[in-house]
Design a protein around this ligand. Structure first.
Ligand code: C2E
Ligand code: CA
Ligand code: CA
Ligand code: CA
Length: 278
């Protein structure tokens, strides 16, 4: 039994070796991808339910790899986060998204808020505020047209998170809590944090048409958000039935395939025009 135990340990460390070797290779590939400009942003519209118009777009990263084609963020963001590369990638995302939003404004599109996802590492970078301010100055985008999406996992260290959020509010950008309902969410922190938007996680939205349990959860999140004076946005809206339910419960905004999939920036003017003319 002892021998087998030892073999298991060896086998295990060999697996770890292989794993970290694979990670190192991917890390190198990610670094090169950034240098070579292989990342692209797609944008998904967000619609105001009552006014029936597009108020913003969320930027979502993809990796355009010559061999593999388009790679989804779930496949590389976790490793980028682990290795710290997310800081450089995230800065690229912020700059690209702000530049793009400026371009749309200059084209004469109705002004939209651009949402950018922040990773945990990025959020706790000491120069986060300076970096964002510099990008706003560089691109000329008014801060009110940039929204940062953060997750509940960043609130574990409540005091520093609160401080960072207040600094972000001070430069005038908007804040959304993403994937709301998935993590540790105490009413206390929600009340304290200066956030503008709550995004209901798509796992709750997915089942509102068939389980009354999720209907209750979604209705409760909307009501709670409104009590705290926050706008509530539902993500992953795919059907008319889901939209009708959300409308009935006074959800402010929706995002999802029912409105549009994330698209290449070149299509946005056309998509916005079509959606606003409905
Ligand atoms: P997320 O921020 O929760 O983004 C929403 C995800 O849901 C996106 O997946 C979007 O394409 C997808 N989605 C939108 N509408 C629907 C719908 O109606 N039905 C379904 N089934 N899915 C829908 P995507 O683009 O693959 O992104 C996955 C995750 O990767 C994001 O989840 C976000 O956590 C992360 N991510 C994406 N871009 C960035 C980025 O620039 N930086 C960081 N740190 N993370 C990013
Ligand atoms: Ca998001
Ligand atoms: Ca989300
Ligand atoms: Ca998510």
């Amino acid at each position: 039994a002892k021998r087998q135990g030892k073999n298991n340990v060896q086998l295990y460390s060999k697996q770890i070796d292989q794993l970290s070797k694979a990670n190192l290779e991917t890390e190198m590939m990610l670094r090169k991808a950034l240098e070579r400009g292989e990342f692209v942003l797609h944008y998904q519209p967000q619609a105001d339910v009552k006014a029936r118009r597009i108020t913003g777009v969320e930027s979502l990263i993809r990796w355009h790899n010559a061999k593999e084609g388009m790679i989804a963020p779930d496949k590389f963001i976790p490793l980028a986060e682990e290795t710290g590369l997310i800081v450089a990638i995230g800065e690229w995302v912020l700059r690209t998204a702000c530049k793009q939003n400026m371009k749309w404004q200059e084209m004469g599109l109705p002004p939209m808020v651009i949402s950018v996802n922040l990773s945990v590492r990025q959020f706790f970078q000491p120069d986060l505020i300076e970096m964002i301010s510099a990008i706003l100055v560089e691109t000329g985008l008014e801060p009110e047209y940039l929204e940062l999406e953060i997750t509940e996992s960043m609130m574990m260290n409540m005091d520093s998170a609160e401080q960072i959020l207040h600094q972000l509010k001070a430069i005038g950008v908007k804040i959304a809590i993403d994937d709301f309902g998935m993590g540790y969410s105490s009413l206390n922190y929600l009340k304290r944090l200066p956030t503008d938007h709550l995004k209901i996680d798509q796992s709750f939205v997915r089942d509102i048409s068939n389980t009354s349990n999720d209907q209750d959860i979604v209705a409760t999140i909307i009501a709670m958000g409104h009590t705290l004076k926050k706008k509530v946005i539902a993500e992953g809206v795919e059907t008319k039935e889901q939209l009708q339910f959300l409308q009935e419960k006074q959800c402010d905004e929706i995002q999802g395939y029912y409105i549009s999939k994330p698209v290449d920036p070149a299509y946005i003017p056309w998509v916005i025009h079509e959606l606003n003319e409905r």
